[in-house]
Design a protein around this ligand. Structure first.
Ligand SMILES: CC(C)(COP(=O)(O)OP(=O)(O)OC[C@H]1O[C@@H](n2cnc3c(N)ncnc32)[C@H](O)[C@@H]1OP(=O)(O)O)[C@@H](O)C(=O)NCCC(=O)NCCS
Length: 164
């Protein structure tokens, strides 16, 4: 399995993966909108013998701490035939390593805590923030010491507000 940064030619693959994983196109459209809005920080595709998984990271503004570099992990998708082979975990870990190297301080995710705890995400850190998704499924991971001090209201990429 290989991982590469998304290129324009990968759009059909991203749609195929997301539609297979979520059985709808909302998540693929979200990625496309974030891309068009310039809000995507990192978009990675995992290839096995064909496109197998995808993860996107987008801008997050922490309003009271504008110098803090935040981002949102969403969506994460692995096509059903490739699930439970470590592809989702590899995509997340690869993405987090790149973000840490790029100086990011904080990553937010909305998802199952049983899955995201393995990467170090916790609801406790997320509860310091005020988001449209507050609750037990919202989790955060600090990539730096500064990240642990994140607090207050945040702004997601515009495309999230158009989801409902
Ligand atoms: C969630 C998802 C990305 C995981 O990808 P994956 O490649 O199958 O995951 P991995 O192989 O890296 O990890 C498998 C582990 O995660 C667990 N797992 C998989 N999906 C899970 C879920 N929805 N909730 C909790 N745990 C889950 C498995 O039990 C397995 O645990 P184990 O290592 O203890 O056996 C994939 O199942 C998927 O695309 N699902 C549909 C879309 C979705 O729900 N995306 C997440 C949105 S937040």
């Amino acid at each position: 399995m290989g991982i590469r940064v998304e290129a324009t030619a990968d759009w059909p693959a991203i749609y195929t993966i997301c539609e297979a994983a979520f059985r709808q196109l909302i998540e693929a459209d979200l990625v496309h909108r974030m891309h068009d809005d310039g809000d995507l920080i990192l978009s990675l595709i995992a290839y096995a013998d064909k496109p197998a998984g995808h993860v996107a990271f987008s801008h997050l503004a922490i309003q009271e701490l504008p110098a803090l570099k935040g981002c949102v992990l969403a969506p994460l998708a692995v096509a059903p035939e490739f699930q439970r082979q470590g592809i989702g975990s590899t995509l997340v870990r690869h993405g987090l390593e790149r973000l840490r190297a790029d100086g990011y301080d904080l990553v937010l995710v909305l998802g199952d805590p049983d899955y995201y705890a393995r990467f170090g995400f916790t609801p406790g850190l997320a509860s310091q923030l005020k988001t449209p998704y507050d609750g037990p499924y919202l989790q955060a991971l600090a990539l730096s010491e500064k990240g642990k001090e994140a607090h207050g209201p945040v702004s997601y990429a515009r495309a999230f507000a158009e989801l409902k």
